[in-house]
Structure formats: structure tokens, C-alpha cells
Write a protein that binds this ligand. Structure first.
Ligand code: PLP
Length: 374
């Protein structure tokens, strides 16, 4: 198998799995219980939260553990009594909830980068929340978040000077970014930040939302009052222990992985015929998104699966539903370009030999399709 779909899911690494194991059957106690073994579990859980928080320059108490990034994104929007702006290319877990609140999309350019003038034009006095993912899950495009944060600071000062009391917050979904970018909440200037364990070789169904001190959120579940009362429910101890280990591993391997993926990417671009959809200067090193105009990329995915190569046409969820990718439409691609778009996302399961082999098999599949189209 050659797996080139690491943006959809990453395998739980061996170290992560080993770290989680004791918390299933030995240290299984409810962290809220009063006896000593439970207190140990509670303290291990808090320490794990501390590790996750530390990776983004925050403290354990600043993060709310959730059942994945979807839930974290939904929690971020619980802030709302007011208007929201969101980037047109956001993941559905942001887009759908923003649409529910009557949100307005912010335009992106042909590389999927935010159009800052459009953002400026759309911020009025009713806007409370702006949501811009740090890196996009279909294109890998990295957004200039600190520039967005600078605009927000200007708007806050202007509101203050005019006596307008409406707050303005910046949320970012960093699900895809944590593997390969240094994510620091203060440097980025975000008030809310989503992380996803499932994209960093940790377990699925675990994520978190960083919440800055002045942001007041509404709980997404009521009950025992866990996670500062914002997300009640018995803690997923093994999941969070695994998430913390995965975060540690991600920082330890970040520089090496970036170099490795950049090298693999070069090989793929040299050996494959498709053209790259976005400028790689502003893209994660592990994303190679190619366009084979005139070819049905869905068919390429099936042909490649027969050869043991797993790739994707876009976000796994969009591809699954057979709907047109809103991300590729937002960067201005024609229907035929969208149909011909193939997403390869590199990761820790790959080595150089696989990359050459994948390129050979993709070229072969493209030839078959070109032949079929006559
Ligand atoms: N946000 C982004 C950018 C993603 O790539 C994903 C996963 O595909 C999610 C949110 C949702 O994550 P989950 O399905 O783990 O809740």
C-alpha cells in the first residue's frame, strides 16, 4: 500500500499507542472520583492537557478538550450574538455553522489566500467573530493569520475610539497545520484556536479549542461541568494522553519532516505531468495538489486504488458525497479543472521509494484515462 492521503487521516503512531494503553484497563478511573488512583489519572490528564497547551504557547486551563475538531469549531461559534465572517474555503465544520449564523464568506485569491481588502470591506460594527483556518485541508494553503490579526487590532481600536462596545474575535482552525508549522496563539494573534489529534498521528475523535481569557463561550453540553463547564462529559483520558504524545512527536519531527516532504514533493512534481493548482510558497510541504484538466480524477482514484495507491480528489467528505468542492470553486477553477484535481498528501508512512513508485503508477493511470478519452 502507498498511502498518500494523510490530510484525511493519519495512523496512530506506535509511541502514541503505547502511551495510551495503560489508561484503558489499568488506569481506567474516572478523573472526578475521590480516591487516590483516580486522582493520579486526573493529574496525568491535566499534565497531558498541559503538554498540548504548551505546544501552542498556552496553559492547560486555556484549552477545552473536545471530541475532535468539528466539535471544537462548533464550540468556537457558541460565542455568537452577532455577525460572523469566515473564509470561503473553510472546512464544513466551520462553514456550515457559520452559514447557520447567517455568516458572510471572505474571498480568496487563485492560490486560496485570503483577500485582505475583502476582509476589511466586510468588517462592520456588527461583526463579532472572524474565522480563518491556518492551513486549508484541500489545498494546504497557509493563511497570513498575523496580518488578519493586525487588521482586527486596528478595528478594535477604532471601535473603542467611537464607543462601539461590540467585541471582535479571531478564530482559526489549525487542524492541518500542527504537524508542520509552529503554532503559537500569541504570535498568530488568535483568540480561539482549534486543534485535531487525528491529523497528527494521534487518536481520532479528540481535539481541543484554545480559548483566550476574555472570550466567553456557551457550553456545548451540560452535565458534570468538566472542561470549565463548556463541554461536560467524562474525560477521554486515553485519547488525551495519546493526543499529548502525538503533539510532542510532531514538534520533535517537524523540521526533519518538512525537509523530507519538500524533497518528496519535488520528486512528484518532476515526475508527474499534472500542473500544480496553487503556489507552493504559501502551502504546507506535505500537500501536492495537481490538475489533470480534461480527466476525471474520480476515475484516477479508483484506478490507483486497484494498484494499492490511496489518493483523494479533494476533502474526503466532499468526495464521499459526490458534491463539487467549494474550495476549488472558491479559487476560481472551472468545472473541468475541478473534476481533474487530485490531492496527494504526504506523511510518515511514506519513503522515497514509494514516492517514485506512486509517480509511476499515477502516470500510468493518467495514460489509461487519456487513452479512454481518445
Ligand atoms: N477542520 C479541518 C481543517 C479538517 O481537515 C478536519 C478533518 O477533516 C476537521 C476540521 C474535522 O475534524 P474531525 O472530523 O476530526 O472532527
Amino acid at each position: 500500500m502507498i498511502y498518500l492521503d494523510h490530510a484525511a487521516a493519519t495512523p496512530v503512531s506506535k509511541k502514541v499507542f503505547e502511551a495510551m494503553k495503560p489508561y484503558f484497563s489499568d488506569d481506567f478511573f474516572n478523573p472526578s472520583a475521590a480516591y487516590l488512583p483516580a486522582k493520579k489519572v486526573s493529574s496525568d490528564y491535566e499534565a497531558a492537557k498541559g503538554v498540548i497547551a504548551h505546544a501552542i504557547g498556552a496553559k492547560a486551563n486555556d484549552i477545552v478538550i473536545t471530541a475532535g475538531a468539528t466539535e471544537a469549531n462548533n464550540l468556537a461559534f457558541s460565542i455568537l450574538d452577532g455577525k460572523v465572517l469566515y473564509l470561503a474555503t473553510e472546512h464544513d465544520s466551520v462553514r456550515k455553522v457559520a452559514e447557520k449564523h447567517g455568516g458572510t464568506p471572505i474571498d480568496v485569491d487563485k492560490n486560496g489566500r485570503i483577500v485582505l481588502d475583502d476582509l476589511r470591506a466586510k468588517i462592520n460594527d456588527d461583526v463579532v467573530l472572524i474565522s480563518v483556518a491556518l492551513a486549508n485541508n484541500e489545498l494546504g494553503t497557509i493563511q497570513p493569520l498575523s496580518e488578519v490579526a493586525a487588521i482586527i487590532r486596528e478595528v478594535r481600536l477604532d471601535r473603542l475610539s467611537r464607543g462601539v462596545k461590540t467585541p471582535l474575535y479571531l478564530h482559526s482552525d489549525a487542524s492541518q497545520a500542527l504537524n508542520l508549522l509552529n503554532v503559537n496563539v500569541a504570535r498568530l494573534g488568535v483568540d480561539l484556536l482549534t486543534l485535531n489529534s487525528a491529523k497528527v498521528y494521534g487518536p481520532k475523535g479528540v481535539g481541543c479549542l484554545y480559548v483566550s481569557h476574555d472570550v466567553k463561550l456557551k457550553p456545548i453540553s451540560l452535565g458534570g461541568g468538566q472542561e470549565n463547564g463548556l463541554r461536560s462529559g467524562t474525560e477521554n483520558v486515553p485519547g488525551v494522553i495519546g493526543f499529548a504524545k502525538a503533539v510532542e512527536e510532531a514538534s520533535a519531527h517537524m523540521n526533519g519532516n518538512r525537509k523530507k516532504y519538500a524533497e518528496f514533493r519535488k520528486i512528484l512534481l518532476a515526475e508527474l505531468q499534472g500542473y500544480e493548482l496553487v503556489n507552493k510558497k504559501h502551502s504546507l510541504d506535505n500537500f501536492v495538489v495537481l490538475c489533470y484538466n480534461g480527466i476525471d480524477a474520480e476515475r484516477l482514484v479508483f484506478l490507483l486504488e486497484e494498484k494499492g495507491v490511496y489518493v483523494s480528489t479533494g476533502a474526503a467528505c466532499a468526495a464521499n458525497k459526490g458534491t463539487k468542492s467549494h474550495v476549488l470553486a472558491a479559487i476560481g477553477l472551472s468545472d473541468s479543472e475541478i473534476n481533474g484535481s487530485l490531492r496527494l498528501t504526504l506523511g510518515e508512512t511514506n519513503d522515497e521509494k514509494q514516492i517514485h513508485e506512486a509517480a509511476r503508477l499515477i502516470n500510468e493511470a493518467v495514460e489509461v484515462e487519456r487513452g479512454r478519452n481518445g
